[in-house]
Ligand binder design. Structure first.
Ligand code: CP
Ligand code: NVA
Length: 302
């Protein structure tokens, strides 16, 4: 593994290896055992969109690994004034040991990897959010044991989270159901990827049918970053695509919930459902730290 650009680049074995290392780093972190595996290294973090979890978990993670992180806002970088990605990649490769980037177009992340000579980590694009799904898989494994055979259901927008859940969960041997409005389906490349999994993948606008018997339920905001102008239109299109009592009742009685956060309570999830499952949701947020540290170690350790 040279980069983390999207989950479809990773095999089941590579994902398992990252999750195993994430568990070990979490254990060492809790026990106060130092693990300076990236001592003296620097990660650049380019942000073209807002962030709480991704920024803080990468920055703290890099510090705990003995290195340092540089926050690079696109408002300040020349990239924000039109300097080409291919030049930015070649320059930053000479100062840094790795780059995490959060941006709009997946192509920008792929271009950084093509033109740079250091590991690139995707910290969210419009297409996918691989770091988040690795943290979710770590959380699901902690709470449910073996991932293989679990029934996973996502309710809501066919967005970056849906795309990454489909690829990550299917790769790990889970059954995946997606409930979304017909006009807001996941990316065609991802739907094509899912075809190979036959009846392990289901997609429909029938929420209760998709949620039936689910071991894990997940959702995400109806309007993602960059779609603020569509928020009102989307509120109408997504009405009912919500995790609530009815959906929970349709799922397995021991169902767990995942939400990448930030949440819009009252839209994609009720306040009651969120609070009843807050333990799993905040463990998921914590696991961003551990899963990303594992990714950085695998990509950057000398
Ligand atoms: N889930 C997530 O990526 O959160 P941030 O947008 O706060 O980084
Ligand atoms: N789909 C959301 C995820 C935020 C972590 C967004 O892209 O805004």
């Amino acid at each position: 593994m040279k980069h983390l650009l999207k989950l479809s680049d990773l095999s089941k074995e590579e994902i398992t290896d990252i999750l195993d290392l994430a568990d070990r780093l979490k254990y060492e972190n809790k026990k106060g055992i130092a693990h300076p595996r990236l001592a003296g290294q620097t990660l650049g973090m380019i942000f073209q969109k807002s962030s709480t979890r991704t920024r803080v978990s990468f920055e703290v993670g890099m510090y705990q690994l003995g290195g340092q992180a540089l926050f690079l806002s696109s408002r300040d970088l020349q990239i924000g004034r039109g300097e080409p990605v291919e030049d930015t990649a070649r320059v930053l490769s000479r100062y840094l040991n790795g780059i995490m980037i959060r941006t709009f177009a997946q192509k920008e992340v792929e271009d950084l990897a093509e033109y740079g000579s250091i590991p690139i980590i995707n910290g969210l694009t419009d297409y996918c959010h691989p770091c988040q799904i690795l943290a979710d898989l770590q959380t699901i494994r902690e709470m449910k044991g073996d991932l293989s055979g679990l029934k996973f259901c996502y309710i809501g927008d066919g967005n970056n989270m849906a795309n990454s859940y489909i690829v990550g969960c299917l790769t790990m041997g889970m059954e995946v159901s997606i409930a979304c409005p017909n006009d807001y389906r996941p990316d065609p490349f991802v739907l094509d990827f899912a075809k190979a999994y036959g009846d392990k993948f289901h997609i429909s606008d029938n929420i209760l049918e998709m949620a039936a018997g689910a071991d894990v339920l997940a959702t995400d905001v109806w309007a993602s970053m960059g779609q603020e102008g569509e928020a009102e239109k989307r509120k109408i299109a997504f009405k009912g695509f919500q995790i609530n009592d009815k959906v929970l009742a349709a799922a397995n009685e021991k169902v767990m919930l995942q939400h990448c956060l930030p949440a819009h309570k009252g839209e994609e999830i009720t306040r009651e459902a969120f609070e009843a499952h807050a333990k799993e949701i905040f463990e998921e947020a914590e696991n961003r730290l551990h899963a990303q540290k594992a990714v950085m170690v695998r990509l950057m350790e000398r």
